[in-house]
Design a protein around this ligand. Structure first.
Ligand code: 4AD
Ligand code: MG
Length: 499
């Protein structure tokens, strides 16, 4: 059997003849030599095929884009090549492939890419995101494992709502209507009474009819739950975890972040302490002069940059008819597309900022902070901001009523900076049986499916709490993605279930 070397380890085999296998990522022809770019998931390697190796050369000429192939050849050190090595190909063998790979070098619309998500995943950009996602998940597990938490797998089929009846996905369960889990929290609370510190990490479902860049209908959430923890403990844990996750990605993914064109300066500022505000203070900030000045400053800067881009765009458009050579035309067309997109984004940002500012002035104490308010608040700070003690009516039934202000609950939301908004939602839980039953009655909830949950307040109730962190929102922020849909391998969005 042939032994294959993975591209990521080629440098260790300099001077030796090796066999590689993978997919054809790119090809350049230089007359009597063809350069094949082969990728295998561990890296990309340039394979040089000389016309002198007649059969390899003949095979290389015909290889279709993204075909699978085998290459045998000598590993040569070469500073100019990616990874510092290239392979002087002696044999090139097609495994399988056909012409007209659907995704070409030209820019595709987002619907086309999403319909070809199964192939789009092969792009370096998507691979970089998936690798960072993997690190995020591994580091989250490590974070809780290192601190004595026990992983608890909570059920996905559940009899009742936990985060409001409006976003439940019903499933027919032997003649009965049940729902896909919106959270593992309620079950986790019982495990916390058994094991003290626990967490669950699983898929979560919300039938949210929102087509925003922050919403998926299926997403992954990690939820710690801790017996005897109170609100300040939860804030400290969330802060420590976020800082650790960001630094793990910065340390382990420098190249991936470059590939994603992620400006890492804002990420380097993610160190404790995070600003902490109560909801009431957040509302005051939304109404404040400081907020108005900040947003108007942002709008001013965006307008100036928009002007520059408009000028750049006209210059590029004027240059296009005189471009001559095809490659030059293509290059210009690409640049024009890029600047056009930036212009559109800036125009949208300016308009939205103006609307948000109007909305903020009209915002009244009592409603939940929506996407617009969150955007204003999190753009105001350059670190994640922890907002606590929201109005009771705006939040879930299980949150503990504040002993100092009964209009509010002891909850926390963590809003990521740069406009990303809520990545964590959590609270101390109502541990008093009568108070919890009163709240459920106010919410017109049928107590029958929750009797087991009420038992936790009957037999050894203690203060406790936890939170949930959405993986895709966190990943979108750390990678600087414009939309959450790239943060999960196969996004489930309202109106999208294929592939
Ligand atoms: O604020 P949420 O709804 O909180 C809970 O589910 C609690 N039961 C968690 C707990 O206390 N154990 O959701 C928590 C996080 C949000 O902050 C967000 O990051 C993510 O889950 N999330 C979503 N992510 C993508 N798409 C959606 N539709 C999301 N809804 C919530
Ligand atoms: Mg929330």
């Amino acid at each position: 059997m042939t032994a294959y070397t993975s591209i990521g380890r080629l440098a260790e085999r300099a001077g030796e003849t090796v066999c590689l296998r993978g997919w054809l990522f790119g090809r350049r022809s230089g007359g009597r030599v063809i350069f094949l770019l082969v990728r295998d998931g561990t890296g990309v390697c340039q394979c040089v095929v000389e016309a002198a190796s007649a059969s390899a050369f003949a095979a290389a000429v015909k290889l279709p884009h993204e075909c699978s192939l085998r290459v045998r050849g000598e590993v040569r050190l070469d500073d100019r090549a990616a990874g510092g090595v290239e392979v002087a190909a002696e044999t090139v063998e097609l495994i399988q492939g056909q012409e007209e790979y659907p995704i070409s070098r030209k820019a595709h619309g987002i619907d086309f890419l999403l319909n070809h998500r199964h192939l789009w995943l092969r792009s370096p950009r998507q691979c970089a995101i998936l690798k960072i996602r993997h690190t995020l998940i591994r580091e989250i597990r490590r974070f809780f494992d290192d601190r004595g938490f026990t992983l608890i797998d909570t059920p996905i089929l559940t009899p009742g709502a936990a985060e409001g009846a409006g976003s439940l996905f019903p499933v027919e369960y032997f003649g009965e209507e049940v729902y896909l889990a919106q959270t593992g929290q309620l079950y986790l609370e019982s495990a916390a009474m058994a094991l003290g510190k626990v967490y669950c990490f699983g898929p979560t479902f919300r039938a949210e009819k929102s087509k925003t860049r922050r919403h998926l209908t299926e997403f992954w959430m990690v939820e710690p739950e801790i017996a005897f923890a109170e609100l300040p403990d939860l804030m400290a844990l969330a802060e420590e975890m976020i800082c650790l996750l960001v630094s793990a990605v910065l340390e382990g993914h420098a190249q991936d972040l470059v590939l994603l064109e992620r400006d890492t300066a804002p990420l380097r500022k993610i160190v404790p302490p995070f600003p902490r505000l109560t909801y009431t203070q957040a509302v005051d900030l939304l109404h404040s002069r400081e907020m108005k000045d900040k947003v108007e400053g942002d709008i001013g800067r965006a307008c100036a940059s928009l002007q520059e881009n408009m000028l750049k765009l006209s210059a590029l458009e004027a240059e296009l008819p005189q471009a001559g050579k095809k490659w030059k035309q293509d290059k210009l067309t690409g640049e024009i597309q890029y600047v056009r997109e930036t212009v559109r984004e800036q125009e949208a940002f300016i308009e939205q900022s103006r609307e948000r500012l109007k909305g903020a002035a009209d915002f009244r104490w009592g409603s939940d902070l929506g996407g617009d308010e969150e955007t204003l608040l999190c753009r105001y700070f350059d670190k994640p901001v922890i907002v606590t003690e929201y109005p009771r009516e705006a939040k879930a039934f299980y949150m503990k009523r504040s002993p100092t202000d009964p209009r509010t609950v002891l909850n926390l939301d963590v809003l990521a900076p740069e406009g990303y908004g809520e990545i964590i939602g959590g609270s101390q839980r109502e541990d008093d049986l009568d108070e919890l039953m009163r709240r459920m009655k106010d919410e017109k909830m049928d107590p029958a499916p929750y009797e087991w949950y009420l038992d936790l307040r009957r037999y050894g109730s203690v203060p406790h709490g936890g939170y949930g962190l959405g993986i895709e929102r966190t990943l979108a922020w750390i990678c600087g993605l414009k939309h959450i849909r790239e943060a999960i391998p196969f996004p489930r969005l309202m109106g999208r279930i294929y592939p």
